[in-house]
Design a protein around this ligand. Structure first.
Ligand code: PGA
Length: 244
C-alpha cells in the first residue's frame, strides 16, 4: 500500500482524477467502481473535465456504483445513483450498457447482488475501485464487523452511518440498510484507491493506518492490498504518528 499526503483537498482531487484518467488511457475497457460522497466530488468533476479536454476515449470503460441506500429511489438527490448520474454518468454521456448501479428499490435484493457480481465478473473484474471512508471506518457499506469474504450483499447500517448519512438528504430520511460491493471486490480489484479529507477523518485515518488490521475497521484492509493507494490531505493525516 502507498500513502500519499497532499496539502489540501484540491491537490488530492487532482491526483485522484489523474489516476482515474490514466487508468482509462492505459486500458480503455477498464472496469472502474466509483464511490459516492463528498470526498470524491471534486475529483470526479476534474476527471470528467480532463477526459474531455484530453480527448481520452471513454466509450469502452464501464462504471460500477459502489453502493446504494436500500429503499431510496434513484430520483432522490441523496441516492448514490443520483450522485453518480449527476457527477459522472451524465457529464460523460455514458451509454446505458456502460454502467451498473445498484437498485435499492428492488423487491429482490439477493437477486440484485447476484446480478451485480455477475456483471462485474463477466467483464473481467474491477481494474480500479475508488472508495471513501466512513467515520466508523466503513468502505462502501461494509460496516464494522463485516465478513471480509463477501461480494455484493445487503447489510444493516451502523448507527453512525444512518446518522452521518442524513447530510446527503434534503429531508430526514430513514436509513436502515445498504446494498454494497463487498470487501472481496476491493481485495480482488487490481488497484484500490482510498480518499480521505479533513480533520473529521483524522481519527479514523489513524486507526486505519496505524491500528490493528481487523474488520472492526474495514478500511484497514487497504494495508493488505498489493496495489493500494491511500490519498489523504494534511488535515486527515494530522493525527498520524509518523507526522508528529
Ligand atoms: P464522505 O463519505 O465522502 O461524504 O465523507 C465517505 C463514506 O461514508 O464512505
Amino acid at each position: 500500500m502507498m500513502l500519499n499526503v497532499f496539502d489540501d483537498h484540491t491537490d488530492l482531487s487532482f491526483q485522484a482524477a489523474r489516476i482515474i484518467c490514466d487508468q482509462i488511457k492505459a486500458k480503455p475497457d477498464s472496469v472502474i467502481c466509483f464511490a459516492s460522497g463528498e470526498t470524491p466530488l471534486s475529483a470526479y468533476s476534474l476527471f470528467t473535465t480532463l477526459m474531455m479536454a484530453e480527448q481520452i476515449d471513454y466509450e469502452h470503460f464501464t462504471l460500477i456504483g459502489l453502493d446504494e441506500w436500500v429503499g431510496v429511489p434513484p430520483e432522490n438527490h441523496g441516492s448514490c445513483a443520483w450522485f453518480l448520474r449527476t457527477n459522472v454518468i451524465n457529464p460523460l454521456n455514458l451509454l446505458p450498457g456502460q454502467y451498473r448501479l445498484f437498485d435499492g428499490m428492488t423487491s429482490d435484493l439477493p437477486g440484485e447482488c447476484v446480478a451485480m457480481d455477475e456483471f462485474i465478473s463477466e467483464r473481467g473484474g474491477l481494474d480500479l475501485i475508488v472508495v471513501g471512508i466512513g467515520m466508523n471506518g466503513h468502505i462502501g457499506f461494509n460496516e464494522p464487523g463485516v465478513s471480509p469474504d463477501l461480494y455484493s450483499h445487503v447489510i444493516e447500517l451502523d448507527e453512525i452511518t444512518s446518522t452521518v448519512g442524513q447530510k446527503y438528504f434534503k429531508e430526514e430520511t430513514r436509513l436502515t440498510k445498504g446494498i454494497t460491493l463487498g470487501i472481496s471486490h476491493l481485495r480482488e480489484a487490481k488497484t484500490a484507491m482510498l480518499l480521505a479529507s479533513g480533520e473529521r477523518k483524522a481519527p479514523i485515518m489513524k486507526a486505519t493506518l496505524e491500528g490493528e488490521i481487523s474488520m472492526e475497521v474495514p478500511a484497514t484492509i487497504m494495508r493488505e492490498h498489493p496495489n493500494g493507494l491511500v490519498l489523504i490531505d494534511q488535515k486527515a493525516a494530522s493525527l498520524l504518528t509518523a507526522r508528529e
